[in-house]
Design a protein around this ligand. Structure first.
Ligand SMILES: C[S@@+](CC[C@H](N)C(=O)[O-])C[C@H]1O[C@@H](n2cnc3c(N)ncnc32)[C@H](O)[C@@H]1O
Length: 276
């Protein structure tokens, strides 16, 4: 494999993220958006997702400690984790374990699919989910997105993802929104997957998040993208990198242990893996 030594705005590294993060200076990352393996037996090409839970939690603390070292004091770390109906505690176990290192500043719910009843009584469904066949469990249509910070007091830009008020009659009277027709979206984020035709061709990875989810993390962190360094230690096929590029992030660093997945990202960006 050939390595390039010049620094690209998008730096994609093949290898273990703990070793990779050790090469980065302390307090150098503004924003980390990542989805680690969930320890739910997902069938990755290389990584074994079936480790004993205690060992998995210990390893998670190791990489999270390294991430904490390189995160700026006013940085944000968005941790996406899901569960499975028969293994519902994992996200909570991880959040609890990480409370030794970070403050849980916000909990977002990434809604993949939802049905709402409109005012005229219509049932409208949107989004996609993996259907299960069960007499015990309902389909799992959401994952967690924990917003972790060093001190729990990092200023964010709530209105960067603001939505218009449904009832506009009182807008002018309200002080907290300076009379604008924009309110905080809250912590339920509906971000559907794109509809795909061929899994192998269009999304060759078993556990991805949409680039838009990472874009919303960038926006709500609220710093100018052109001044930011962003990290995804578990890059997969690179949706965080796509988000970084879409929004003009100055520097993006990603690590992925699986050469096949990384090759897919490199092809997408026309890059070769960078050197540690
Ligand atoms: C949940 S997936 C991330 C998917 C990604 N968010 C996307 O949208 O494509 C987790 C990834 O972590 C990778 N991985 C596992 N252990 C790793 C390690 N020690 N260092 C770097 N990557 C690792 C796996 O190969 C897998 O692709």
């Amino acid at each position: 494999m050939t390595y390039r030594t010049d620094l690209e705005p998008i730096q994609l590294h093949h290898g273990d993220c703990i070793q990779g993060m050790r090469q980065l200076p302390a307090d150098s990352v503004d924003l980390a958006v990542t989805s680690p393996p969930y320890n739910l037996g997902v069938d990755y090409a290389e990584y074994d997702d079936g480790e004993d839970r205690d060992a998995y939690l210990k390893w998670s603390l190791d990489w999270a400690a390294e991430l904490k070292r390189i995160l700026k004091p006013d940085g944000s770390f968005f941790l996406n984790v899901g569960a499975s109906p028969s293994n519902p505690l994992l996200p909570h176990q991880l959040a609890l374990a990480f409370s030794d290192l970070f403050v849980l500043q916000n909990t977002f719910h990434w809604i993949k699919s939802i049905t709402v009843e409109t005012r005229d009584g219509q049932q409208v469904s949107a989004g996609h989910f993996k259907p299960i066949n069960s007499h015990r469990y309902v389909n799992d249509c959401h994952e967690y997105l924990f917003h972790l910070t060093k001190d729990g007091d990092v200023k964010i830009d709530r209105l960067a993802l603001g939505v218009p008020y449904q009832d506009k009659t009182n807008i002018a009277r309200w002080g907290h929104n300076e009379g604008k027709d924009l309110r905080c979206r809250g912590n339920n984020w509906f971000v559907p997957y794109k509809t795909i035709v061929s899994r192998d061709k269009d999304r060759p990875h078993p556990a991805t998040f949409p680039a838009k989810l990472a874009e919303w993390c960038i926006k709500i962190h609220g710093r100018p993208p052109e001044s930011m360094t962003m990290l995804d230690p578990f890059l997969g096929i690179g949706h965080a990198a796509v988000a970084a590029q879409n929004l003009g992030i100055a520097q993006f660093v990603g690590f992925e242990i699986d050469e096949t997945y990384l090759a897919h990202v490199c092809e997408e960006f026309g890059l070769e893996p960078a050197m540690f």
